[in-house]
Design a protein around this ligand. Structure first.
Ligand SMILES: Nc1ncnc2c1ncn2[C@@H]1O[C@H](COP(=O)(O)OP(=O)(O)OP(=O)(O)O)[C@@H](O)[C@H]1O
Ligand SMILES: [Mg+2]
Length: 267
């Protein structure tokens, strides 16, 4: 369900957001007049051709990049002390000099959570995704899929108001990717976090999302919204259903046009 339909305040409200980057010969509009409301507990996926401003938008929600025009608000929750957001990037953004468990506990440590509690919470999440045995390993001693699990649970251990994910599974092989997609689905069922999830994979967007937002080629604008009315809880079995294929085809029909347009722009 889209935010605001039941009159409640959206968890994320992005209103007419634009981003202009300076370039050597002037400026470049990366994102133009982009609005998005995300309801509390909603999982929204964003797709669009390369360079359309998806990561820029996510960084602006996270407060990592300045907004040129418009506003983005994240509604605070009732529980005090929770961080507003946590971000998971495509590259394994974990510290090589810290053990797996210390990586997962890092955000909590930064917030001053005591050692016993933060390690307890980190341990819970490690066990939850089958990494309990690797708590004392260093990142170079574990696989890419495991590293990305660590990044994801580090964000979850922070218990943020919203979870922002930028192609978090993009660097993984197809099989590991499906396993982690299912893991994300299970975790989301339990936590009902508000998620903005950027992906290049339509399968991933349709499998995970309540809604899929399609952005246009640069400058990134809102092009279409698809409500994904597949039953939950979902598993990867949904990938093989006729409904799923219909959604994929519907979105691809529009996305492929934008991808071609983006490529023509780059020539
Ligand atoms: N710091 C920056 N300075 C100048 N231009 C930038 C900067 N960051 C991004 N851009 C430009 O803004 C546009 C949008 O970039 P962005 O990384 O947001 O795209 P994207 O949709 O995430 O692409 P991809 O799918 O390839 O990750 C691109 O043309 C990019 O070159
Ligand atoms: Mg990007």
């Amino acid at each position: 369900m889209a935010a605001g339909q039941n009159g409640s305040r959206p968890k994320i409200a992005a209103r007419r957001v634009s981003k202009v980057y300076p370039t050597v010969d002037g400026s470049m509009v990366a994102l133009e007049d982009f609005s998005l409301d995300v309801a509390d507990g909603e999982f929204v996926c964003v797709v669009g051709p390369s360079g359309c401003g998806k990561s820029t938008f996510l960084r602006m929600i996270a407060g990592l990049d300045a907004i040129s025009a418009g506003t983005i608000e994240i509604a605070p929750g009732v529980e005090p002390g929770k961080p507003l957001n946590s971000v998971v990037f495509q590259e394994y953004a974990i510290f090589p000099w810290k053990t797996v468990i210390d990586n997962v506990a890092f955000g909590l440590q930064m917030r001053g959570v005591g050692k016993a509690e933060r390690l307890g919470r980190a341990r819970y999440w490690l066990d939850r995704v089958g990494l309990g045995k690797f708590a004392q390993y260093y990142p170079h001693q574990i696989s890419g899929g495991m590293k990305q699990r660590v990044s994801i649970i580090r964000a979850l251990a922070n218990d943020p108001e919203v979870l922002l994910m930028d192609e978090p599974l993009g660097a993984l092989d197809a099989q590991t990717r499906v396993v982690l997609q299912e893991e994300l689905l299970r975790i989301w069922e339990e936590t009902r976090k508000t998620v903005v999830y950027i992906t290049h994979s339509l399968d991933e967007a349709v499998l995970l999302g309540d809604r899929v937002i399609l952005m246009s080629a640069q400058p990134g604008r809102h092009l279409a919204t698809f409500e994904i009315d597949l039953p939950r809880p979902r598993t990867a079995d949904a990938l093989n259903t006729p409904r799923f294929a219909e959604y994929r085809a519907l979105i691809w029909e529009k996305l492929s046009r934008e991808v071609k347009r983006a490529m023509e722009q780059q020539q």
